[in-house]
Design a binder for this molecule. Structure first.
Ligand code: SF4
Length: 222
């Protein structure tokens, strides 16, 4: 279990319902370029990239996918080669055996149940093998149909530090955020927290003195 950041939120600040809008507005100004860091050209490439990004960095996935997407253009292409060949092609993203198995399983279901098209709803996406709620949230949001808020390590840490949740479990954190964040912001909220986490609110050394949220954050050290 990763470290909890709940206890860091001690400073007295306004209730979270009053802080959420200024938090989103300031982050949107600060990180106007916040967007998914994976490179893709269509829904299938998006789905594959997000599945490959588990347990590795987006940069690492982006190194592998240009050649991968030249070779595998349709769901059928992933099933047309032996699993070992696909494993070799995605080896550098780590956990390649499990990922190859999940990719092939997902492609099989895409072909059998969705006319080889990537679905857009969470409900449908989680029916694909290897696609859990976080992956489904990222894919549906990128396809213009956000139905939840993807909770990764940055979103978890910042939500706890900002006092938006006291939960540890990503599903419960998401539930808290969905009650709080206006629906029209669900899609961008994940990216704003991820980019703020990468650039300012580092896991070990948050730069509170440079943070645009330091007067709204119960964990601020300034
Ligand atoms: S960097 Fe900002 S968001 Fe993170 S703990 Fe400090 S004040 Fe809070």
């Amino acid at each position: 279990m990763p470290r909890s950041y709940v206890a860091e939120a001690r400073k007295r600040v306004a209730p979270k319902r009053e802080r959420i809008r200024p938090i989103i507005e300031r982050l949107a100004l600060e990180h106007g370029d916040a967007a998914i860091a994976l490179t893709f050209r269509n829904p299938l490439e998006l789905l594959v990239s997000v599945m490959l990004s588990a347990q590795t960095t987006d940069v690492n996935v982006n190194r592998v996918t240009p050649a991968l997407f030249e070779k595998y253009r349709t769901p059928e292409d992933y099933l047309a080669v032996p699993q070992e060949e696909l494993e070799r092609d995605i080896y550098a993203t780590g956990f390649f055996r499990q990922k190859a198995k999940s990719l092939r399983g997902a492609m099989r279901v895409l072909i059998d149940e969705f006319d080889a098209e990537v679905p857009t709803t969470l409900e449908e996406l989680v029916r694909l093998p290897g696609v859990a709620r976080k992956t489904a949230n990222v894919v549906s949001a990128e396809l213009g149909h956000p139905q939840g808020i993807a909770v990764d390590t940055h979103v978890r840490r910042l939500s706890q530090r900002l006092g938006l949740t006291r939960q540890e479990d990503p599903v419960k954190i998401e539930r808290d955020l969905l009650r709080l964040v206006p629906r029209e912001d669900w899609g961008r909220f994940t990216h704003l927290l991820i980019w703020h986490g990468r650039r300012v609110c580092d896991a070990r050394r948050p730069r509170c003195e440079d943070c645009v949220l330091n007067d709204l954050c119960p964990s601020s050290r300034v």
